[in-house]
Design a protein around this ligand. Sequence first.
Ligand code: SAM
Length: 271
Amino acid sequence: MNPKGEEMNNKKNSDAEGYSDLESYDQERRTTSERLKNREQLYKLFNERPIPDEQLMVSLGLYTRSSALSKMLYINELYQLMLNIPGVIMEFGTWWGQNIILFENLRGIYEPFNHDRRIIGFDTFEGYPVISDKDVESGIIKKGGYTTSSGYMEYLNKLIDYHERENVLYFKRKHKLIKGDISETIPKFFEDEPHTIVALAYFDLALYEPSKVCFETIRPHLIKGSVIALDEINNPDYPGETIALKETWGLNIGKIIRSKFMPGRAYLIVD
Ligand SMILES: C[S@@+](CC[C@H](N)C(=O)[O-])C[C@H]1O[C@@H](n2cnc3c(N)ncnc32)[C@H](O)[C@@H]1O
């Protein structure tokens, strides 16, 4: 898992020797080059693991860093807040799809018989299509940044199907991945399915224009208590999401609360 590109391969990785932690800080990957070097050790240990696959699958915590674990706890925090609200879960910007799988498995744990809790993920699966002048370009925030491998959506669909089959009510398909520019796919989704209520929307596009379209489009489909996860709130490196929120709903349509687990993440509970 990657909070904002910290594990992407093509990032700068300056030699840390002779530098203080602050000087060697890598803004894009949000860590220091010493830590990145240390992380190589984790990849090496992972690749050399003397553990059979079957046992690895139930021991993945061996390789889960605290930052990655915090992100999973954040997803759990959001799920618990949304539990007594009817409606679907949407993720705007799924990338490799870990959050979608976590949502499916939390559904299986907390509300196994709620077959109406659909989980819908939106992405181009080809990275950012366009960057506006309200966004800050960088090594990852650029056209094609956060792309996935070719055919990845099909792979992710099989993976979600697998997890759904492990859970109760596996015969009713509850997930959907929607590929394409969300500025077109989200209005189309609500045209096709106007009955939809959004219980939880996870904003993680990190860009102004598509976030703005999503804020505008989902507004009539929210109810009191709907949970809106804001991945980039108040973040100077990814200002687009907060600007889009201010321009569409303003900052007073509900309480905005900082996550217990991720210091820079927050959620809004609609009033
Ligand atoms: C920061 S990543 C999402 C990370 C993911 N939520 C996670 O936690 O692992 C942002 C994603 O938004 C997607 N994205 C950005 N602009 C988009 C657009 N206009 N339409 C669809 N997807 C878009 C990118 O392709 C990228 O996968």
